[in-house]
Design a protein around this ligand. Structure first.
Ligand code: GDP
Length: 453
């Protein structure tokens, strides 16, 4: 395999940049661009050893820095790897990269280092996918989930399911091939019991996917309420910035302000919407229409009410529009005298959360409430979860095949027909774990990586 190189740090000015070289000739190529201060060649550096020195392009001195050597198989890729750290300027970093290419390295493609790690058996496909999840993690929960995936949680879970399927397949084959032997008879009841257990595993993983999606991609959340109840103040508190226009004049939030906000473990994609009310004002009307659309697409609605005002017609209209949606009624301005009919409100929309958007601790109160209402606090993200659409579609295919196998049992088809469907299920599970993933599947996965990872 060729020796490749790429800039592993972001393409921006910073303290340090790292140029990574991986392959058989990593040390040799690093030695052509890096002269150690001690004078000993980079090729003599053992694994996990670093040396200070100067970086050259031919005879032109580019920078000084450090080279760190990893020796196969004890490196990220499983190959010899040299990492050259230089000053974090965009130009100097590109020059060091160009010097490495001139010295014989090929430019690495997107995700090539991780792909090599996969091909060299350093990690499974689901573990490689977890690397991008770690890079993209926006919350503590997501980071710890991605770390578990990186350590093989999903891989192990998929392999355990594959073992369950294999056990059934093996019994069926033995029974077909050697019916006269002592192999246990494959009865309908036995098949039913075994396949139901496999189906239960699939169901658990698939239902966890939707909840996991909320944690991974963020919960799309609409903040609605009649004018002046404190939506913008709440939005500002959550985002920690003065973004929405706060004023005492009803109807000042005319644009939908949208933002991704991390509060504790929860990532919210929040749309602060124009107040819901019948209006003749053309601009505000557009806002109201966009808001209604947002409402329909939201995973969660925070419906804000003013504790110091009675329930009015606008509130009742809003309540009607919220039917069938996942809503948390938010009673705001609890620092003021309570006038709101909270009994009627809670009868209509369920248990409310009582806050004051002017107080800092409100963000944590809301985040806990959101987690508990969406049952995100019960989700065991460390147990191995489906983390992306590819994994989910493999699991769906496997689940379909097992369902067909169960139907075949119910219809009284021969065990070999059941066996054929189980083979399909097994293939899909192995594609998920990467054990039998085709070159196309692997290429598709690494397309989503950045160059240098
Ligand atoms: P919006 O129209 O729903 O976006 O409401 P705003 O966020 O613009 O708030 C309207 C008014 O209520 C502003 O004067 C805010 O300062 C005030 N307000 C918002 N939240 C609270 C709160 O918790 N307590 C009190 N006392 N006033 C609040």
């Amino acid at each position: 395999m060729s020796t490749v190189c790429a800039i592993a740090t972001p393409p921006a000015a910073g303290g340090i940049s790292v140029i990574r070289i991986s392959g058989e000739k990593a040390a040799e190529i690093a030695d052509k661009v890096f002269r150690t201060a001690s004078g000993s060649p980079v090729t003599e550096l053992k694994g996990y050893r670093a040396a200070y020195g100067k970086i050259y392009d031919g005879e032109e001195r580019l920078d000084d820095g450090v080279v760190l050597m990893f020796r196969a198989p004890h490196s990220y890729t499983g190959e010899d790897v040299a990492e050259i750290s230089c000053h974090g300027g965009i130009y100097v970093t590109r020059r060091v990269l160009a010097a490495c290419i001139k010295a014989g390295a090929e430019p690495a493609g997107a995700g090539e280092f991780t792909k090599r790690a996969l091909l060299n058996g350093k990690m499974s496909l689901t573990q490689a996918e977890a690397v991008t999840d770690i890079i993209n993690a926006q919350s503590g929960q997501l980071l710890s989930c991605s770390n578990s995936q990186r350590e093989g949680a999903l891989y192990r879970r998929a392999e355990a399911i594959a073992d369950m399927i294999m056990e059934v397949s093996a019994q069926i084959s033995a029974w077909i091939d050697y019916p006269e032997d002592d192999t246990p008879v494959v009865t309908e009841d036995w098949l039913r019991e075994k396949l139901s257990a496999v189906k239960a595993e699939f169901s658990a993983l698939l239902s966890g996917y939707d909840k996991g999606r909320l944690i991974r991609e963020g919960i799309s959340c609409a903040i609605v309420g009649k004018p002046n109840v404190g939506k913008s103040t709440l939005m500002n508190l959550l985002s920690g910035e003065e973004r929405s226009i706060v004023s005492d004049i009803a109807g000042t939030t005319r644009d939908i302000v949208e933002e991704t906000i991390s509060i504790g473990d929860v990532v919210l994609k929040v749309a602060d919407c124009a107040g819901i009310r019948e209006t003749d004002d053309a601009i505000e009307k557009i806002g109201v229409e966009i808001m209604l659309k947002k409402l329909n697409n939201a995973d969660l609605v925070l419906a804000v009410f003013d504790s110091s005002r009675p329930l009015e017609e606008d509130d009742m209209t809003l309540i009607e529009q919220l039917s069938g949606k996942l809503v948390i009624p938010v009673v705001n301005k609890c620092d003021l005298q309570l006038t709101l009919d909270t009994v009627t409100l809670e009868n209509k929309l369920g248990r409310a959360v009582y806050i004051s958007a002017r107080l800092d601790k409100t963000a944590d109160i809301l985040s806990d409430e959101i987690k508990s209402r969406l049952s995100l606090d019960k989700l065991d993200m460390q147990a191995g979860v489906l983390a992306n659409e590819r994994q989910r579609s493999c699991m769906l295919r496997a689940a379909d095949a097992v369902n067909e196998a169960i139907n075949a049992v119910e219809l009284g088809l021969t065990p070999d027909a059941v066996g054929v469907m189980l083979e399909q299920a097994l293939d899909a599970v192995y594609e998920l774990s990467g054990r039998k993933a085709s070159e196309e599947v692997i290429s598709e996965v690494f397309k989503r990586f950045c160059v240098g990872k």
